[in-house]
Write a protein of this length. Structure first.
Lengths: 229, 277, 407
């Protein structure tokens, strides 16, 4: 379980996170929803210790993050984390070199799934293919948690479908996923849990399936209610 | 340790192409320098002896024999060395900032490696050190070759052959880069290492706190320099040279180690707790 | 191919090259030639107290300091690095004091004039002052005395009396007689130099008395004056007299158009530290303008004249106030040096003996070493300073003697 407990964060005088708390479980897809600039990316960065928080606490399986944690949790930011002059094969070799949890077999499988060529240079890839490589580098790891920052933004419709397919495949299965988006429609049917954010605060945290079955509402319906109120 | 070595290898390969090009520039320029200077010396000698009919002995008295010293005084020799120094100085900063800037944010990857973040810091530090010492080694290899080229170019009567040690001994500027005693070598490059560590720490401050960080970095640098020179400052202030030079040197070495350890510790802390992507 | 190859190659080349360079460098340091004094005639014990400092040069690159004694030569680079940096610029007598009394010598100058040493005491005196924006101020004596037999030392600082108008002050000699420490100083007040003696009670750490020994007054417009303490081979030893060379100089235009100072009158002022009396000795005209070769040792002033072939010494005894017999010792400069006789010999006088050595040796010439008795005029020792083995591989080596000391 990833526990985010009452975290606050300021950029200069501006308070971007004002005591955010939520949890994300293994085997579930948790979606952080909110309009742009609401601090979604900052939350993911904070979980990965890529930005300091002013107060609060983040626990992964009950512990604060340490170097071994990076074998258990991976982050796919909205830009690729490899050097532009690398070939896809170089990037995969780099991952294999540094991570014990890198699964070369799965990486090869994903390469086929996304129809990517190993010998291509990252700088030569289209936006969609760059996003796929980025995704591949995260998904090919045998980790418990995957964090994804806006995996669908700025990508053509076919690539979006391909990426969305990943979520229903065995590639995700029993892992815990935290995904951020401001555009819910592509994945609404996939997500288990929703955390609605606005103005640096959690407005509502709810189970998508329960809302669908018990109240007969879609995630978008709930969003509408909450944001109007 | 294994991941540290992998990181060093990775960092080195990132700059390797530029590095080998620089080595090539040094080689070509210095060899060209030997050839050009030898030719111009011989031309002068021919002119003076055969056209102006100056006796050979007087020519030597006025012009001296041809030796590598003459080459080293030229831009052919010091130009590429200055270039290498410049590149290393620039790369001390670029080696960090290249990971933050541009479309690809490689710093995410480096900070998410399952290894202490200090290893990233140390790997970059090691890369700078390797580049620098690599230049030194390369220059040491070039000396005897340059000496041989000179032997081909200039007849024996007109030249003065010098061994590598003599070559270095005859130039103060060269002794700054390649001191002739091993202890001085360690001291010079140890001091250089401490300075690079300090600069890296200042960069870490900037990367953590951005504009405020520049001030913090400068402040830290100032404090570190003052701390380092405390023994000398105290002696100068009190006008009392209580310590013998050897004791002062040992004390300064200890201060240097303390300052360097502080820098590394501070950087490690910043990378762990305060870094921003 | 192994992906580590680039790093591996660079690393190995780096280690091997730099390693090889410093190993060669360390080995070649041992290859400098040894020098020794070889006896030609006389008693070789005579050169036991001789310490010669110099530099060995070869080509344009090699310049190494070394010390030659009767036991042979030692290069500075044979000492450890730390020993070497402590020894930089220090002459033999100071080096020895620093070795024997390391703690006492902390923070003390490298000028032998500031020290006094006998069987019981090692004393040190200097004048310290602050330099502010306008003028130096706050002149203070800083005195330290080590009782060598008891091993304890005491230090005290005393303000220099009437020093408000001082431009400059320097300690030229330190002496102890009957438990009284005396500092002989040169004071500069409003452009006028004078020599003073200050006496201190060692036990109480207090100043007892002070007096002016000599001063320069009544200078004419284009004149300048100077007072220089006479060279003594060992300024630290106990001596009854201090002797100053007082000279009046006048600026004279030279044919080439520049001005140079010429001595118009000179006299030696001798102060008897035991009696407190001053006496004056006129400098004979032939020794004027040769102030660097007037020496003083044990109550006798020696006028030293060098020629390319010899050293001539005229003693003047302060005890009898008379000139002694002029003595000439043969000491041949090497052939090529006839043009400039001065400065090519180093001469020292101690305990009635003169020690002299020609200061340059190279492939063509050895340095000549001479010890002569000033009492009898006899030559006690003659020898040459040269490499112990013929130097064949270095063509243009040379050895310049920078300092001659007698232990």
């Amino acid at each position: 379980m990833i526990e985010v407990k009452d975290i606050t964060k300021k950029f200069g005088r501006k308070e971007v996170l004002k005591g955010v708390s939520f949890t994300a479980n293994k085997g579930e897809i948790t979606c952080l929803i909110g309009i742009n600039g609401v601090g979604k990316t900052t939350i993911l960065n904070a979980i990965m210790a890529l930005t300091p928080i002013h107060s609060g606490q983040i626990l992964i399986n009950g512990e604060t993050i340490k170097k071994e944690s990076f074998e258990k949790i991976t982050f796919i930011p909205d830009a690729i984390t490899m050097l532009p002059n690398m070939r896809i094969s170089d990037a995969m070799e780099f991952m294999d070199d540094f991570y014990n949890s890198w699964n070369q077999k799965r990486a090869t499988e994903l390469l086929g799934f996304f129809k990517l060529k190993e010998s291509d240079r990252i700088s030569d890839l289209s936006k969609g293919n760059t996003a796929k490589v980025n995704l591949l580098l995260g998904l090919a790891m045998d980790v418990d948690y995957i964090l994804m920052d806006e995996p669908f933004s700025g990508i053509d419709i076919f690539s979006r479908e391909q990426i969305a397919d990943v979520f229903t495949s065995h590639l995700i299965e029993d892992r815990g996923v935290i995904i951020t988006t401001h555009e819910i429609s592509d994945i609404e049917h996939l997500i288990d849990k929703v955390v609605l954010l606005d103005n640096g605060q959690v407005l509502k945290e709810f189970n998508a399936e329960a809302v669908r079955e018990d109240e007969g509402k879609s995630v978008v319906d709930v969003m509408r209610e909450v944001f109007k109120a | 340790m294994k991941r540290y070595l992998k990181l060093v290898n990775f960092e080195f390969n990132r700059i390797a192409k530029v590095y080998f090009v620089l080595l090539a520039i040094v080689l070509v320029s210095q060899f060209a320098g030997v050839i050009v200077e030898s030719k111009s010396y011989l031309k002068e000698a021919n002119h003076m002896i055969y056209e102006e009919l100056m006796p050979k002995a007087e020519f030597f008295l006025q012009y001296g024999p041809m030796s590598l010293e003459r080459v080293f005084a030229s831009i052919w020799f010091f130009g590429p060395i200055a270039l290498c120094i410049g590149v290393v100085a620039f790369y001390i900063f670029l080696i960090w900032y290249r990971d933050w800037f541009g479309k690809n944010t490689f710093i995410y990857r480096l900070l998410m490696l399952p290894t202490a973040r200090l290893n990233v810091f140390l790997a970059k530090l090691t890369t700078i050190l390797l580049m620098t010492l690599g230049f030194v080694a390369f220059q040491l290899i070039l000396f005897p070759i340059e000496s041989t080229i000179l032997k081909w170019m200039v007849p024996k009567d007109f030249r003065m052959d010098m061994g590598t040690l003599e070559v270095i001994g005859s130039f103060r500027e060269l002794q700054m880069i390649i001191p002739t005693s091993f202890i001085e070598f360690i001291l010079y490059y140890g001091a250089g290492f401490a300075v690079v560590t300090l600069l890296f720490t200042a960069i870490m401050f900037e990367r953590c706190y951005r504009i405020k960080g520049i001030l913090l970095g400068i402040g830290y640098g100032f404090l570190a320099v003052v701390l380092f020179f405390t023994p000398i400052l105290i002696q100068e202030f009190l006008q009392n040279h209580y310590l013998y030079p050897s004791e002062l040197l040992l004390l300064e070495i200890v201060m240097g180690l303390i300052v360097t350890c502080c820098s590394i510790w501070t950087s490690s802390y910043l990378l762990k707790k305060k870094i921003r992507v | 191919m192994n992906k580590y190859w680039k790093l591996t190659v660079v690393f190995i080349v780096l280690i091997l090259t730099i390693g090889a360079f410093y190993i060669t460098s360390a080995l070649s340091a041992d290859q400098y030639p040894d020098f020794a004094i070889e006896k030609k005639s006389g008693n070789e014990n005579e050169i036991d107290p001789v310490v010669i400092d110099g530099n060995y040069y070869a080509g344009s690159a090699i310049n190494e300091g070394l010390t030659v004694t009767s036991k042979g030569s030692e290069y500075k680079n044979e000492q450890s690095f730390l020993e070497r940096i402590d020894g930089i610029g220090a002459i033999e007598s100071i080096r020895k004091l620093r070795e024997e009394h390391r703690n006492f010598m902390r923070g003390k100058s490298g000028v032998p004039d500031n020290y006094y040493e006998d069987e019981t005491y090692l004393a040190y005196g200097e004048v310290d002052y602050q330099v502010n924006m306008l003028a130096p101020e706050d002149f203070r004596f800083k005195i330290s005395i080590l009782n060598k037999s008891e091993g304890d030392s005491n230090s005290f600082e005393i303000e220099v009396p009437d020093s408000t108008a001082f431009d400059y002050m320097n300690v030229d000699d330190v002496q102890i007689t009957d438990g009284k420490l005396m500092l002989v100083t040169k004071n500069m007040v409003e452009g006028n130099e004078s020599v003073h003696v200050y006496g201190f009670d060692i036990e109480k750490g207090k100043m007892i008395d002070q007096s002016e020994i000599a001063s320069i007054e009544n200078l004419q417009e284009n004149q300048s004056g100077q007072m220089i303490i006479l060279n003594e081979t060992d300024p630290m030893q106990a001596h009854q007299y201090v002797v100053f060379h007082k000279s009046i100089l006048v600026d004279v235009e030279q044919p080439e158009g520049y001005y140079a100072s010429e001595e118009v009158s000179g006299e030696l002022v001798a102060y008897n530290l035991e009696t407190g009396k001053t006496e004056t000795v006129e400098v004979p005209e032939r020794f004027q303008n040769l102030e660097q070769t007037i020496m003083f040792d044990d109550g006798t002033i020696y006028f030293v004249e060098e020629s390319p072939k010899s050293v001539t010494i005229s003693p003047y005894s302060l005890k009898n106030d008379t000139f002694g017999k002029e003595i000439t010792f043969e000491l041949q400069d090497s052939s090529g040096n006839e043009g400039s006789p001065e400065g090519l010999k180093a001469v020292a006088i101690k305990n009635g003996k003169v020690y002299a050595v020609t200061t340059i040796l190279d492939a063509k010439q050895s340095a000549q070493v001479l010890v002569g008795s000033l009492k009898t005029g006899e030559t006690l020792y003659k020898g040459v300073l040269k490499p112990t083995e013929q130097i064949v591989d270095v063509k243009d080596y040379s050895f310049y003697i920078t300092d001659l000391q007698i232990k």
